[in-house]
Design a protein around this ligand. Structure first.
Ligand SMILES: Cc1cc2nc3c(=O)[nH]c(=O)nc-3n(C[C@H](O)[C@H](O)[C@H](O)COP(=O)(O)OP(=O)(O)OC[C@H]3O[C@@H](n4cnc5c(N)ncnc54)[C@H](O)[C@@H]3O)c2cc1C
Length: 384
């Protein structure tokens, strides 16, 4: 049996970029996925992801977002394809906001990070936001952080090209093959699937919302990650509003709404006819992924009445489509990149909480550096 330097379980956002990062370092890599990524069953689908550069979540996250952009651009250039759109991004907040978005005071911290890392930004008054965009029904005491170089990443396209590039560098990918068991010993790891057995020096567990099934079964970690199903909505626009919502004119937006537990975020129109993609987050009910996806859909009418109708101009109640997608959330909202298991040959990579995509390239680059030399250019030791 051939022994790989690394076996990656799950080839979504993290597994696919890790396969690439390890292959770039010249390592022999086997990646396994039970579906055929990109697909729409995990955490990496739904057309678009917000990529803020200044991250109110702190220095590490800001450094990772900046570095990820560089790597993503390199892939884009190599394949002469579009993996992102530099749309700009707007965060709206006010003194009345009580919501905690990943960390306390994320809005003020974002501004601090932008100043510290010289990220181009503007602070807009409520009047300026109203005049510039004409779609937000503001109360008047809001303020906006506008970041020019914020972008929208296209997750399915990113995964497709990560896998392609990694394969060109020698990674082996097995799809439609389910990993059933991982065992580790002093010499390495054995991974058993529904089709075969594989040997490796190390396993990276990048199974997203399914990481838990291994952690529980193999008794690897006692601080479990909770899985929250989120619902994304696409609503039709009023005929006179297409221009206002068009990409190039409207940035993506995150609005921390006063008096609401969670805010609302949305994307400009990228494709005509596709409707405006807009969503909130729910942390009221988590799901058990192994009990074949008992859905907790957010009701679209309630969402429209509570979040859209009072706050936006030009979005009609006509629902074009909805999609469900899963957040993996730790008790303190932190990402996890840490060894689990007795012999430290299994590394868990769990970076979701609704903001992991934009960091995936730099985190997996750091993991590949640690694999080789036990240290990385960007320090991710706080994720342990
Ligand atoms: C609704 C939503 C909105 C988000 N918005 C943003 C955003 O705006 N900006 C941002 O930066 N991030 C955002 N995120 C977070 C980001 O999308 C995630 O961090 C990222 O997609 C997580 O990728 P992953 O590789 O961990 O999981 P996944 O992409 O789900 O990959 C896990 C893979 O493991 C495979 N797998 C599982 N079990 C097995 C098994 N037994 N055998 C073989 N394969 C297996 C699955 O098939 C899957 O392909 C959002 C997430 C969601 C859900």
């Amino acid at each position: 049996m051939k022994k790989f330097d690394a076996i990656i379980i799950g080839l979504g956002a993290y597994g696919s970029s890790l396969s690439l990062a390890l292959a770039k370092e010249g390592l022999s890599v086997l990646g396994i996925d039970m579906y055929d990524p990109p697909h729409s069953y995990g955490s990496s689908h739904g057309d678009s992801r917000i990529a803020r550069l200044a991250n109110g979540e702190g220095d590490t996250y800001t450094q990772l977002a900046i570095r990820s952009r560089v790597i993503l651009r390199q892939i884009q250039r190599k394949y002469k394809t579009r993996l992102m759109y530099r749309s700009g991004g707007l965060i709206i907040s006010s003194e009345d906001v009580t919501e905690i978005n990943h960390v306390p005071n994320v809005y003020r911290n974002t501004i601090k990070m932008a100043k510290k890392y010289a990220i181009n930004h503007q602070i807009l008054s409520a009047n300026q936001i109203k005049k510039r965009y004409g779609i937000f029904n503001l109360r008047g005491n809001e303020e906006g952080y506008y970041e020019r170089d914020s972008a929208i990443y296209f997750p399915e396209q990113c995964i497709k090209y990560n896998l392609l590039y990694a394969k060109e560098l020698g990674s082996v990918h097995k799809v439609k093959e389910k990993v059933l068991k991982i065992t580790e010993n002093r010499d390495g790891v054995i991974v058993v699937t529904n089709k075969d057995r594989y040997a490796g020096n190390k396993v990276y567990l990048t199974a997203g919302a399914w990481n838990n099934s291994f952690l529980k079964k193999e008794r690897l970690l006692n601080k479990y990650i909770k899985i929250y199903q989120q619902t994304l909505f696409w609503f039709e626009l009023g005929t006179n509003f297409y221009k206002k919502y068009n990409v190039g004119r409207l940035p993506f937006f995150i609005w921390e709404l006063p008096g609401r537990h969670k805010g609302v975020y949305g994307f400009p129109l990228i494709q005509n006819g596709s409707g405006i993609k807009i969503a909130t987050e729910q942390y009221a009910k988590h799901i058990n992924i192994s009990r074949k996806l008992k859905r907790h859909n957010i009701d679209s009418k309630k969402f429209y009445d509570n979040y859209i109708k009072p706050n936006f101009f030009g979005i009609t109640p006509r629902l074009i489509k909805t999609v469900n997608c899963m957040y993996s959330v730790t008790p303190d909202n932190k990402f996890l990149v840490r060894d689990v298991g007795k012999y430290k040959k299994i590394t868990l990579v769990s970076c979701c909480s609704g903001h992991g995509f934009k960091h995936s390239y730099a985190i997996t680059e750091a993991i590949a550096q640690i694999h080789l030399s036990n240290k990385s250019d960007i320090d991710i030791s706080s994720f342990r």
